[in-house]
Design a protein around this ligand. Structure first.
Ligand code: PGA
Length: 250
């Protein structure tokens, strides 16, 4: 059994202005030395200020997306090394909202993940099936294809975290059964080991989709769940703190 340090990751999505940084202070005060890694991914406008606020504390800051290129004529986009320069250590790639809203394909996600690695960032690579795909019995095939397509060969346990996020569970309050989560995570672990060997054993696998303090402990008890990627319940320190505490005890 690999020694994988657990990770509680928050994705603020398109939420938060400077006033929300008080949540970071509250979180740092509640968890001065957490028994797991803690990451917050605010909107790009807050990355630098959050990184400054978290300096010296046990909280990492990440972006929510990056461009595959290092620079150029890409209005509105942000390069991975710009995120690193702003104080980020991580970046989410391939979130289902990016795949849906911006038509991101596995190939694009793979290029963005590669760019993150090249910039020295840890990529949190998201995959997951839609409800139609689950009902058609395609969950494992879809996840396998997304995993293969979205991870570059440079992926290692040190620079990559995989987040399994069923699209139908994101922001809906619907959560797969623990057996369903266990089935996908066990399958993904085997796929990662096939391709990356020991790195596949050590790579962290997060579950994401309607995680909250009330259901966190049971989800974290599922084998091969190494933490969570949390949307709505990461916005308020009081909510996210309950999830961090559950992970510390897992
Ligand atoms: P949710 O979002 O926790 O609000 O369901 C999860 C995510 O999109 O990462």
């Amino acid at each position: 059994m690999a020694n994988r340090r657990k990770l509680a990751a928050g994705n603020w999505k398109m939420n938060g202005t400077a006033a929300a940084l008080s949540e970071v202070q509250a979180l740092l005060a509640a968890h001065p030395a957490p028994g797991c890694d803690v990451l917050l991914c605010p909107p790009a406008t807050l990355v630098h200020r959050m990184a400054e606020a978290a300096k010296g504390g046990a909280l990492s800051v990440g972006g929510q997306d990056c461009h595959a290129a290092t620079s150029g004529a890409h209005t509105g986009d942000i390069a991975a090394d710009m995120l690193a320069d702003a104080g980020a250590s991580h970046v989410i790639t391939g979130h289902s909202e990016r795949r849906t809203d911006h038509g991101e394909t596995d190939e694009m996600v793979r290029a963005k993940t590669q760019a993150a690695h090249d910039a020295g960032l840890i990529a949190v690579v998201c995959i997951g099936e839609t409800l139609d795909q689950r009902e058609a019995g395609e969950t494992l095939a879809i996840c396998a294809a997304q995993l293969t397509g979205s991870l570059p060969d440079t992926a290692s346990a040190a620079n990559t975290v995989v987040a399994y996020e069923p699209v139908w569970a994101i922001g809906t309050g619907k959560v797969p059964t623990l057996d369903q989560i266990g089935e996908v995570h066990g399958f993904l672990r085997a796929e990662l080991e096939k391709r990356f060997g020991d790195n596949g054993t050590s790579m962290r696998l997060l579950y994401g989709g309607s995680v909250k303090a009330a259901n966190a402990a049971e989800i974290f008890a599922v084998p091969d769940v190494d933490g969570a990627l949390v949307g709505g319940a990461s916005l308020k320190a009081a909510d996210f703190s309950g999830i961090i505490s559950a992970l510390e005890k897992a």
